[in-house]
Design a protein around this ligand. Structure first.
Ligand SMILES: Cc1cc2nc3c(=O)[nH]c(=O)nc-3n(C[C@H](O)[C@H](O)[C@H](O)COP(=O)(O)O)c2cc1C
Length: 190
């Protein structure tokens, strides 16, 4: 792919720490792939998106009763690639990022109630960090993200996991291999 045809990638960033492990891994990914993507970072802790209140407004019209949905909607509509970059908290996503995910309910409602597919095929990439070596944690998060990615018509291209951050303070071989694998996929695809 020529540099003139970069994909638009939105990074939904879930860490409160701007220089933490997730930020480091995300930066590294961005540096290695910036010839393929125009990145926009949406930091869930900074944006303070309201949680979904299940009011049912989006069941009849594909938007949200809260205005702050517009920011999310605009980024999602412009993107070819959805990147979820987050630490794992209690086998799940930190609550501000979970709120962003839950606020994508209008897309789900659109599929279910209006039988409308809003999006052309997107790709999704997961960048996850966690303190332990618990393999089931990242599997669980991937599982949790499936419904929303499905309503965005986004297929997971791959994931980069930096586990054991309680002990491993620099990107190790395991994480580096993960990173190289996905870069190869991106390079071959483009
Ligand atoms: C509230 C909280 C919950 C956490 N829950 C888990 C967990 O369930 N499993 C795990 O392995 N690590 C857990 N961790 C550790 C973080 O996932 C880990 O430190 C992560 O790399 C932090 O990323 P950051 O530096 O980008 O913030 C938790 C940390 C916090 C603060």
């Amino acid at each position: 792919m020529s540099k003139n045809f970069k994909k638009n990638a939105v990074i939904f960033f879930g860490s409160p720490r701007e220089n933490g492990f997730t930020a480091k891994l995300t930066e590294k990914f961005m540096m290695r792939t910036n010839e393929f993507y125009n990145f926009v970072k949406f930091s869930a802790y900074k944006e303070k998106i309201k949680p979904c209140i299940a009011c049912g407004f989006c069941n009849s019209i594909t938007t949200c009763i809260y205005k702050d949905f517009e920011k999310i909607d605009c980024l999602v509509k412009k993107s070819d690639t959805i990147i979820i970059a987050s630490p794992i908290y209690n086998m799940s996503l930190p609550s501000p990022l979970k709120s962003v995910i839950d606020r994508m309910q209008p897309y789900f409602a659109s599929q279910i109630f209006h039988k409308e597919n809003l999006f052309n095929c997107k790709e999704a990439i997961l960048i996850l960090t966690l303190g332990s070596k618990n393999k089931s944690a990242s599997k669980l998060v991937r599982q949790q993200l499936k419904p929303v990615l499905n309503s965005l018509n986004a297929k997971i291209l791959g994931q980069i996991v930096w586990e054991n951050t309680d002990r491993v303070k620099e990107i190790d071989d395991f994480t580096q291999k993960n990173l190289e694998k996905i870069i190869k996929l991106i390079t071959n695809k483009n």
